[in-house]
Ligand binder design. Sequence first.
Ligand SMILES: [Zn+2]
Length: 198
Amino acid sequence: MLVFHPATQKPELETAVLRYRYCPYCGKLLTGRPGREKIHPYCDGCQESFYRNPTVGVAVVVVEGDSVLLARRLGSYAGMWCIPCGYVEWNEEVRDAARREMKEETGLETEIGPVFAVHSNFHDRDRQTVGIWFWGRKIGGELRHGSDASEVGFFRIDALPDAMAFPTDLMVCEKLRHLIRSGSIPVWLASYPESEWT
Ligand SMILES: [Zn+2]
């Protein structure tokens, strides 16, 4: 069983836990095979180890003045707010995923710029993710919520909604608050080559 540190939410006992006990290819009962640091489920019929890895999530930080774009969620964490986000699909380039999620959730066409933050997400212990928060700028579209959100809107960085869904979004917003207050966003953005916006 995973034990999570109360403050950091990081797992204290590192172990790979699969939801299934049988090989998805041949149906044999999986056994344990010692890896370098931990035991991995192993099929001795297929001679294959199975790993459980975090999924990659992407989010896009769009700022206007001292306000950040947020979406009110439907589905998981319904009614709570987050920076618009979603999962990277198989065969999908990570920035394409960010652009797609923005379009689906907020109606906006965005250009994807520098990485603003990267964090591990442990808030849903069965669906751990690595989140990448890209900086984005609006290049078209009209702000309106899509099927994954009930509302979208800009919130002043000093007046975020109380019900924020994810602790890592709060960390990202805290970094954003610091950069907005210190006026350093234009300098930071100027260091990113225009040719790398996609
Ligand atoms: Zn097998």
